[in-house]
Write a protein that binds this ligand. Sequence first.
Ligand SMILES: [Zn+2]
Length: 435
Amino acid sequence: MDRFLTGGYKRISQIYLALKTVSLFLRYTMCMLNLTYAYRLKLNKQQFQTYDAWLETSRRVWNFALAQRKDWYNSRSCRIDACSIKSEYIIRADTPRPTFASQCKALTQARKTHPDLNAAHSQMLQQVLRRVEKAFIGMWESGRGFPRFKKQGRMRSMLFPQLGVNPIQGSRVKLPGVGWVKMQLSRPIPDGFVAKQAQVVKKASGWYVMLTLQADVNVPSFAPHGYPVGIDLGLKSFLATSGGEQIPRPRFFVDLQGKLRLLQQRASRKKLGSNNWRKAQHKVSRLHEHIHNTRKDFHFKLAHYLCDKGGMIFAEDLNFKAMAQGMFSKHTLDAGFGEFLSILEWVCCQRGVYFAKVNPDGTSQTCPNCNNHTGKKDLSERVHRCHECGFETDRDVAAAMVVMQRGLAAVGHTVKMLGEGLSNSSLLTQESPVF
Ligand SMILES: [Zn+2]
């Protein structure tokens, strides 16, 4: 009977979708589309040495620029009529605060006398100063920590903000300072796109280039259509859908975290700076890279899976930065919710699925059946029970339903409460897919 129901439901939704596709109304907006594609680089020995030296130069520029700003702030932090007993910064009171512009000027001067600085790409070094500036702005505005000095080997990427004309030919890319470099063209560069920027990154597994590709294209913005899906991101399961599905947090994350701890422990027992220590560190960073890739892969697969389900996807507009600083910090960061949502948005755009974020306030305190306020739930309380109408379902699923209803209301659909007869067949808890 169940199978029959789902079969019938599938048929109906297919017909419904087909009808909708015919009448699908696409709005095109002209805009600049940016894509970032990453490729592995095959540097020869000379190219490798050049870029290694440039990374070291930019690390020193970072540290110098940071020290200059730090000293200036410290010199301003003591009282005018008193001196510290230990030491005092001797910086004249009328010295202006170091800025991006002033530091760029100083860099140009220093390049004349320092061959190391002169050897490195000037725009690339300016980008380092811009990063210092950004780090300070991040500290003032977003409450991040004081920017830190970088130890040897900690500078891992260089940004080249401009590339020459036709910088890509076949599977080769022309990069500043080293000329033509072979790259592993794991996927072709899409037609109509031009490489504008290149970021060269040194990872544990080798060198990579992140190309910023740009094109003037028509980006379709999809009108809301199709079957609605609301999602709730949680800690117990990775996410719950309004259809009653729960996607668990993948098991491999836990396993890899354990492995990471083990490797970190091993590395910490080695003598600092020794060859064995370096090898152990390398293993740790390889694993970090692997975890990152695995997580991204999982996010993409899940995003495609959700797009298979419906034509509109709604998610809560959560502040992940605030969440990450709160009590669930580790879990939140580990699950990478923010990253998942941006991947989901991207996949939706590719697949022609409408995506929107809704107000997250009190989604877990509202009954999806009668819209009644059920009050705050304790985190351990896993089931939603409404005293008003007796509706009972999993807590996260209930939240996802509320998200869906809010989304539908936002796009102008009349929201039917479940009690008024929205298809209940979708509410049967289904088996979760295996990724
Ligand atoms: Zn209720």
